[in-house]
Design a protein around this ligand. Sequence first.
Ligand SMILES: Cc1ncc(C[n+]2csc(CCOP(=O)(O)OP(=O)(O)O)c2C)c(N)n1
Ligand code: SF4
Length: 311
Amino acid sequence: MNFSTPQEDYVYPGHQACPGCNAALAVRFILQVLGRNTVAVISACCWTNIGGAYPNTSLKVSSLHSLFAASAAMATGVRLGLKRQGKGETNVLVIAGDGGTFDIGLQSLSGAVERNEDFLYVCYDNEGYMNTGNQRSSATPWGAATTTTAAGNLEASIKKNILEIMAAHRIPYAATACAAFPDDLKSKVEKASRIKGSKFLHILSPCPVGWGYPTEYMVKMGRLAVDSKVFPLYEVYDGFQYNITLEPKGNPVREYLKLQNRFRYLNDDEVEWIQKNVDKEWGILTERAKIRKYIKDQDINDSVEGKYKGI
Ligand SMILES: Cc1ncc(C[n+]2csc(CCOP(=O)(O)OP(=O)(O)O)c2C)c(N)n1
Ligand code: SF4
């Protein structure tokens, strides 16, 4: 992929993220694309600390801190306020963790995207409630030890598929991304910025603190997640047109798991079970990606007139 954006940063250095934080890097890349004309609504999460409060904020764009459950509702209000002021071109960006998205913010998010509110909702997913000490969320993968799922005391639940939930709302654009693949991430933000209505980005954000790996593996961890098919990179238009944006190398899942302390106690059978699940999910995704061809062949085009600004 050949993609370049202006390199101006809208996140000041010296912010309060831990060293090696992928969530900090992801938002930095996103704002490089969106630019200064952006209002960020920040859910209670690690980014509350990273962004900080005025006058010590690390952000060069306007920002509001939101209640845990209310980010999408607040973004709706911000969009309406901007419209009233004739500032329709300003980007409205939500920054929220997986706890604030998959769990406690889900109802306001569902309501807002069902109304097709015009904002970009970014969920940076570090697979736990990290800001409050690494408790399990519904984004935590099966087998991961957290402070509420001790090693050897596994919960039966598998990770909630938030992208499928968003796609089921038939929103114009939903995609996965990871800061370890900056061009892919930036091109998706750029696409989203040209689409009117609700856009959702699910960004895997490996966290050295909660996952237990050395900070120098920051990028490697994201690359392994994608290349082992644990976290495929793809996009979904209108809820059903799937497009895989990067072909994974197909590394064994074991390579990804073994670098993380949270999976240290898994036995061979459990690792094999995770591998089978990853293969199954990948198979389902690749089948879904074929629907695009079906839609083209059947000449089905149900895009709502005026929904897009220009793709
Ligand atoms: C209603 C409510 N419950 C609990 C909290 C405490 N709290 C603040 S941040 C946070 C964790 C957020 O987790 P997540 O959304 O995954 O973001 P992360 O911290 O991982 O970046 C919690 C539980 C809160 N602010 N409001
Ligand atoms: S706890 Fe994890 S997600 Fe939170 S700031 Fe530190 S590295 Fe980033």
